[in-house]
Design a protein around this ligand. Structure first.
Ligand code: ADP
Length: 499
């Protein structure tokens, strides 16, 4: 097996150029780590309005690249920059497709109805561009539904292509609830035969399902934690993809994301008022006081403080918190700081709490990176009651900040947090299993009683939490192995097991 691979990543998001969620963070970090193994890694994303030629040192690379899309032909230019480790990033420049308010939808959350065309184009151009610069990837790593059609192109339209027939594909599904489901009349523009508009491949009811087709064709599929991989294989799971993932057998796996400790660690954090480390946590007390001051809470370093950050969408389970937060604050000696935005009812509800519980509950409406860092550093506990969680980042950040996570045991939350053992004092957080407000209430109670009644255990847990390592280095090694498996699978497919 070759040690130095040619790897092409094609995606719809990438930090620092365009971000809607965790996918962008993965693209911003993984290629750089892979390059350190000696691989030739290149990335292709759309040139959105958030890509700034001057700030991101972007320059024109190729003036005309064209591909057929159904009965039409679309053309673009390709721009280029380099990120750390000299990884080239290519941008597909097509004003009509990509110079819009959002990546997937407008400011009113209306999905762009031509998304299959926009991302079908990205997928086709990525492959055509490889041919034009004579780059023959050993593996093409695609992400989520926007580029999931690439494995299908490779095994159908390009199955005899002299340049690309040998390219294996890995599909990473960052959240299997997002499947790219669009009306069936979009199917012809992908130029795939109608026989693939089938329940096992691209068809869901009467629509096309881009992720499902990608799962069928990819040489290997993974999601972003082993726990979430198990969740979505459960036939009752709400993604509805369990049977199709099960068909992949060993070729569907879970690999945990890493986190960027240059940005998210109390030793290096530039947003917080005092830095601290596992050996010397005096700075954490300063952060706690600053957090209490910022959210107009009593400045009391003894009281237990719980932090909450997140998007108010059903996945995150904040409605469970809303059901019991008043009872928690009434029954327990505790403070809450909450940062989030999303569902209007939840926003209004959390907004009403500081007036009901002055100096005990603080809420900030909106997305605020600086406050997110302060909450991680200044809180004693961090609450994530998610109904499902593909990986989750905040609980991993919390560990490094010595802020013990209280989580529902699902997906990546279950994988990354070790439950407290009251006999030994071991553990890195507190878990509950039932997706109920009651379970949340009692688990918060468990954490708070540990805080006040078992300080030696709390100290032991903080030390254990801060020592955890979820750096990208480890995850990149896992992806390295996945690439080798994808290449082997592809070779076998080439040897005769063609679809
Ligand atoms: P998801 O990608 O599903 O939103 P993750 O836990 O994987 O959940 O990542 C969320 C990231 O977004 C974290 O870095 C978190 O701090 C950040 N975040 C979410 N909501 C906010 C907010 N209101 N303000 C600041 N940062 C936020």
């Amino acid at each position: 097996m070759k040690n130095r691979l040619r790897i092409l990543m094609v995606a719809s998001e990438m930090v620092p150029f365009a971000k809607a969620g965790g996918l962008a963070d993965v693209l911003g970090a993984l290629p750089i780590e892979l390059k350190k193994f000696g691989h030739d890694v290149r990335v292709i994303i759309p040139k959105y309005s958030s890509v700034n030629d001057r700030i991101h040192s972007v320059e024109l690379f190729k003036r005309f690249v064209g591909v057929p899309l159904g009965n039409e032909e679309e053309w673009c230019a390709i721009y280029r920059t380099h990120i750390r480790e000299d990884v080239p990033v290519y941008f597909v420049d097509h004003n009509w497709f990509y110079l819009r308010e959002g990546i997937y939808h407008d400011n009113y959350m209306n999905d762009y109805q031509d998304n299959p065309r926009r991302f079908g184009f990205l997928s086709k151009v990525a492959l055509q561009f490889c041919k034009e610069i004579s780059f023959k990837p050993d593996v093409i790593h695609v992400h989520d539904w926007p580029t999931a059609v690439i494995p299908a192109f490779l095994k159908t339209l390009l199955s005899d292509d002299p340049d690309l027939a040998g390219s294996a594909s890995l599909l990473t599904a960052h959240n299997l609830m997002h499947q790219g489901i669009y009306p069936r009349d979009n199917f012809p523009l992908l130029d795939l035969e109608w026989r693939y508009f089938h329940d096992d491949v691209f068809k869901s009811y009467d629509s096309i399902n881009l992720l499902k087709g990608g799962i069928y064709f990819a040489d290997l599929v993974n999601t972003v934690s082993p726990g979430y991989a198990k969740t979505v294989l459960d036939p009752v799971d709400s993604t509805g993809l369990a049977p199709y993932l099960a068909q992949k057998g060993y070729n569907f796996v879970g690999v945990l994301n890493g986190v960027d400790y240059d940005v998210w660690s109390p030793e290096k954090d530039t947003f917080i008022p005092a830095q601290y480390s596992m050996q010397d946590r005096r700075g954490k007390v300063i952060c706690k006081r600053d957090l209490q001051k910022t959210f107009l809470l009593d400045q009391d370093e003894q009281i237990a403080l719980i932090g909450v950050i997140g998007r108010f969408v059903p996945q995150k389970g904040f409605h469970l918190l809303a059901q019991v937060i008043q009872k928690i604050v009434t029954d327990m000696h505790i403070q809450f700081v909450i940062l989030g935005t999303g569902d209007n009812d939840l926003e209004n509800y959390f907004m009403s709490l500081p007036a009901t519980f002055p100096a005990r509950v603080g809420y900030h409406l909106g997305f605020n990176d600086e406050l997110a860092h302060l909450i991680e550093a200044g809180s004693d506990f961090f609450l994530m009651p998610s109904l499902f969680e593909p990986c989750g980042l905040n609980q991993i950040y919390s560990l490094r900040y010595g802020t013990l996570p209280i989580v529902r045991a699902t997906g990546g939350l279950d994988d990354t947090i070790i439950n407290y053992d009251e006999l030994t004092g071991e553990g890195t957080g507190f878990k509950f299993f039932d997706a109920s407000a009651q379970a949340l209430y009692y688990t918060v109670g468990w954490a708070i009683s540990t805080y006040y009644d078992r300080p030696a255990h709390l100290e032991q847990m903080i030390q254990q939490a801060m020592a955890q390592d979820f750096s990208w280095q480890k995850s990149a090694q896992d992806y390295n192995r996945l690439y080798q498996v994808a290449i082997l699978n592809h070779r076998n497919w080439m040897l005769g097991n063609r679809i």
